[in-house]
Design a protein. Structure first.
Length: 116
């Protein structure tokens, strides 16, 4: 199983960006999918998570600005990021629980840089 993330880059403060992460390989089911991020010198933190049924969870710092969604037919999770701030600058990692909640896979990370 592999997760391929895409969509990162450089954006100005107040701008928008959409991240995508597609899972491929021997997949029978995917439970939770989501995004974490890690800024320089900081621990990796949860940004947003979505269950197979569509229930979502967000970090307080991104509520109202970020929206997570998924396309189960494409095994893909998305993160729409609006009103971006410099403090959103980080490497964003997607994750997915594939075939079992005990098997968690990670994408390679995509850099998001928000300039002030």
């Amino acid at each position: 199983v592999q997760l391929q993330a895409s969509g990162g880059g450089l954006v100005q403060t107040g701008g928008s960006m959409r991240l995508s992460c597609a899972a491929s390989g021997s997949i029978f089911s995917i439970n939770d999918m989501g995004w974490y991020r890690q800024a320089p010198g900081k621990q990796r933190e949860l940004v947003a998570d979505i269950t197979s049924g569509g229930s979502t969870k967000y970090a307080d710092s991104v509520k109202g600005r970020f929206t997570i969604s998924r396309d189960n037919a494409k095994n893909t999770v998305y993160l729409q990021m609006n009103s971006l701030k410099p403090e959103d600058t980080a490497v964003y990692y997607c994750h997915a629980e594939v075939n079992s909640k005990w098997y968690v896979y990670w994408g390679q990370g995509t850099q998001v840089t928000v300039s002030s």
